[in-house]
Design a protein around this ligand. Sequence first.
Ligand code: F0G
Length: 402
Amino acid sequence: MYRLTCVNCGESYRPDEIIYTCRSCGHLLAVEYDLDSITVQREVWNHRPLSVWRYRELLPVTIPPVTLHEGGTPLYHLERIGKEIGLPHLYAKHEGMNPTGSFKDRGMTVGVSMALQLGKTTVACASTGNTSASLAAYAAKAGIPAVVLLPAGKVALGKVAQALMHGAKVISIRGNFDRALEMTQELCLSHGLYLLNSINPFRLEGQKTIGFEAVDQLGEVPDRLVLPVGNAGNISAVHKGLSELLALGFIDRLPMMTGIQAAGSSPVVRAIRQGLPEVVPERSPETIATAIRIGAPVNAEKALAAIRKTGGTAEMVTDEEILAMQRDLARKEGIGVEPASAASVAGVRKLTEAGVIDRTERVVCVVTGHLLKDPETVIRQCEAPTEIDADLRSLLSVLQSS
Ligand code: F0G
């Protein structure tokens, strides 16, 4: 049992209303469960496979879900990087191991299921890439059309390839993500498409399961959860989910929610540093981590509250720091992630060096997308393969010379 509640004024709406923002004050909506009616025991969850649907009592879907087996992603102990940084309890939850290679699949299994549950027949989103890839795949699985709007020339190759191959109508706009999102909202409101960006409260319900899994895998609540922040939906979702577990008495405290942004695209970091009540949008965000190249994060008010309430923080990292950590994760830990994902671990390095993160903390970084999402940025950082004649002498000579 649940309803939709405005995060600002508390106005509530029926769960079957197609509504994305509060009619009274225009702020975002969240799914609010009647927690007294949730009687599931943790042991019941523990007996189910680790996945988004392990936690179905805290999800809004009542029909058989549209699923590609999302969630259940590995939690790795970053032994080498942790040692270098001086953090023995540093972990990475590799969301790149989801069906389309990013955490968005957790949101889309719930979001696209809700589209069907609500009787919607076409879905749409704006995207820096991953959301579009995921929506395209889940719409394909559901057998309904998807429309995706991308900022032209600013989406990594693998993501565009996925959206196209899964059969979405892919449209590149000559503008940035923030503009694409405005246009998609207008389109959905005027033409009845179902909007599956992170202002959709149901999609975020799926994403909150990252936090549930991290707690289950670690066997305790981490001291700190660190996420890369773009539109700020994911950090808000994880905080919301863990707050529900706290209210249910399943956990006894919340982790310090910590958001990392790219230096060229950091409105949330600036708001936290300056103690502002809301973010000041950036008109021309820029970063190599195109997934989080977002100047006006729509979920910022929830993210700021999550960070402040839990005693967390926000930090920015340069493109160089992001790429250096992408290489470190790949070469020292065997973990292949896209640039935006490396931002979380790069931020931890910086915050630990600055003394903000205590060396005894248990820190879980969410690494959000797979290395293969953005092969061009990878290739640009690496030396080309050595090409030789097809004989053993040439092979030995090249191996000896290196
Ligand atoms: N990491 C990756 C790989 C992402 O694709 C995104 C967002 C984020 C982090 C940030 O998450 O927006 O919830 O704060 N990508 C969206 C997209 C915007 O369109 O794929 P957030």
